[in-house]
Design a protein around this ligand. Structure first.
Ligand code: M6R
Length: 611
């Protein structure tokens, strides 16, 4: 989704902003632009990649010590130069960038049109900007006050950043619902949608809260609420290195992140899981252990890949904790009128911690008395902050749009929570608990073994890259893995793919099977293995092409499959962390073979901050 960057201070603003926009490219966008103040207000914007904007600006006057920059993911109005941000107000003196959606923009636009305003774009952003300018002029008030008044009448989500030609020493920004980080340097400030454009310059940051507005000069940061009361900025130290957001020799971030998984799962377990002592230490879980153990139900709320992690967790929690679990798409849950009882536990799963639907879903549930536990990757993100408690996944920055290492880290965290609760509740035996602790501990090394298959999987990708449809089938813990494999393929290779419970295939999808349809089976050894193998025979009987993920030592399944990928054996509860890896690699190599931009697939955004 849209990315924002702004700078004020002694450096040249343009290079800082340009680099920042490139760091935010992973979020997904279709146009970009900058506004730079240096006496004149210069605004440059262009459809396409940031590199195209950069090329357009060669030889142009970009000298300035204050500026704002934006990558736009189109919502209102098609992606083109005109609709790109920054937008300029009617007077030509204000420029603004915006991430979010102004829901009541149509009404505001009508009012402004009646007053004689004209619009150069189709965006809600230009409407908000002119609304602010109109208030400023009618009330003859400072910009800060006009922004405050305007925002009280806005319905929707926003981060906005404004510069004013008449006040070239000040940036004004405000936030509700969309992410905003302010980096504090020495007599300089950096603003961005996340920490990646800032980390190079400073580790001291302030996460702006909803309904806060900041007036920022090079050497001053004033934070206020919309009631005009001063707030004390809470400075946090970033726990992230620059190397974590660079490719480190890999061709793509996605490949780097797939290969990081032995390490990221280890990081996630470190300090929590002690296989020798047989303990799991999670302070965020301990604090609410009683409430979780006694909860009538747990509701997992998430979107996309995080939702798939929730589905795996449903199986694990029900098995180990004997608690009723429901898994909800956040976008549906927030708009239904779900029955939420005091004491229900909601587990919100999110890599970015900024997914708008998940955020609003848990806000609603919290207001009805539910306990919110966040399983989030990005430290300091909105979902992490609104949660009552939680556990970070510690996977490090995930830049590739397709979620990979965040998924396995989510599984690791959720498994640890279930194990801890199940053990304390007494719904699993001591022996089973210790066995699973050891199984979990062994996962990073086993993931490293799966990664040794990369070259084999690359060859399979060549063989199957021209498929137009693909089925992914699994049962039990591997059904959500099938869904995740299909999602990865869709996202990265644009091949239509569906995940199904293997048995459900007979209720419809089997009609698709012919000699051209690749069917990926997750057929590792678990309670359902024989049934999955029977399903495989049904596909083979109809001439489908079978690719099977199997365990070492399985001699029979390969006789049914066209191709196999071998993964180490593991307990069925932890196996999804291994079985998803070949599917990530298969999607990645098919995307590369088809020459697609695997890190930034078309139409997708990394962090979906609009509903
Ligand atoms: O940041 P979140 O985990 O909340 O994001 C949820 C989905 O948008 C995300 O998992 C999406 O489906 C990914 N592109 C999947 O690869």
């Amino acid at each position: 989704m849209c990315g924002i960057v702004a700078y004020i201070g002694p450096r040249e603003a343009y290079p800082v902003i340009l680099k920042g926009l490139k760091r935010l490219e992973y979020r997904g966008y279709d146009s970009s632009g900058v506004a730079l103040l240096n006496g004149d207000l210069n605004v440059y914007k262009k459809k396409g990649k940031v590199a195209e904007l950069e090329e357009m600006l060669v030889g142009k006057d970009v000298h300035s010590h204050i500026g704002i920059g934006h990558t736009r993911w189109a919502t209102h109005g098609e992606p083109n130069d005109r609709n790109a941000h920054p937008h300029i107000s009617g007077s030509g003196k204000l420029a603004m960038i915006h991430n979010g959606i102004i829901e009541n923009y149509a009404q505001l636009k009508q009012d402004l049109l009646r007053k004689g305003y004209t619009f150069k774009s189709d965006t809600d952003t230009e409407v908000l900007l002119n609304f602010i300018e109109d208030i400023k002029e009618n009330n003859n008030c400072p910009l800060e006050e006009a922004v405050r008044i305007a925002l009280k009448r806005i319905v929707g989500a926003y981060v906005i950043v404004l510069i004013d030609q008449e006040h070239p020493d000040t940036l004004i920004t405000a936030r509700k619902g969309s992410p905003l980080v302010i980096g504090i340097g020495k007599n300089e400030h950096f603003l961005a949608s996340d920490a990646s454009p800032i980390i190079e310059y400073t580790k001291e940051v302030v996460y702006v809260n909803d309904y806060e507005l900041a007036i920022i000069k090079a050497d001053e940061l004033i934070l206020k609420n919309l009631g005009n009361e001063r707030q004390t900025p809470f400075i946090t130290k970033l726990d992230m290195e620059l190397a974590a957001i660079e490719k480190g020799g890999y061709e793509h971030f996605m490949l780097k992140e797939i290969f990081e998984q032995p390490q990221t799962i280890q990081d996630c377990l470190r300090g929590r899981l002690d296989a020798n002592g047989g303990t799991i230490t999670m302070s965020g879980v301990s604090k609410y252990a009683e409430q979780i153990m006694n909860a009538n139900r747990i509701v997992m709320v998430a979107c996309g890949t995080s939702w798939h992690a929730g589905l795996v967790a449903e199986y694990i929690f029900e098995e180990l904790c004997r608690i009723n679990v429901e898994v909800e798409y956040a976008s549906e849950f927030r708009y239904r009128n779900p029955v939420i009882n005091q004491g229900d536990v909601i587990i919100a799963i999110s890599q970015s911690g900024e997914t708008a639907d998940t955020l609003v879903a848990i806000e609603n549930a919290k207001s009805k008395g539910a306990i919110i536990m966040g399983v989030v990757n990005v430290v300091g993100s909105s979902i992490a902050r609104i949660s009552d408690t939680g556990a970070y996944t510690h996977a490090g920055p995930e830049i590739g749009v397709a979620s990979t290492k965040a998924f396995t880290a989510q599984l690791a965290v959720l498994t640890m929570i279930a194990l801890k609760i199940g053990y304390e509740k007494g719904t699993i035996s001591h022996d089973r608990y210790l066995q699973l602790v050891r199984e979990l501990d062994a996962i990073p090394e086993k993931v490293a073994t799966v990664l040794l298959q990369a070259d084999n999987i690359r060859k399979l990708a060549e063989k199957y890259k021209d498929a137009t449809n693909c089925l992914y089938l699994g049962r039990g813990y591997n059904f959500p893995v099938a869904l995740e494999g299909a999602l990865k393929l869709k996202e990265i290779s644009y091949i239509h793919a569906e995940g199904y419970p293997a048995a459900e295939m007979k209720h419809g999808p089997i009609a698709l099977v012919d000699e051209n349809l690749p069917v990926v089976f997750i057929a590792t050894k678990d309670a359902y293995h024989e049934k999955v193998v029977s399903n495989m025979q049904e596909i083979k009987a109809r001439k489908g092409q079978v690719i099977a993920i199997i365990n070492e030592g399985d001699e029979f399944t390969p006789t049914l499959a066209d191709d196999v990928i071998v993964v180490p054996e593991a307990d069925e509860i932890v196996a999804p962390m291994l079985n998803c890896i070949p599917l990530q690699l298969l999607a990645y190599y098919i995307g590369v073979a088809k020459n697609f931009d695997v890190d930034k697939p078309r139409n997708l955004a990394k962090s979906v901050t609009v509903e």
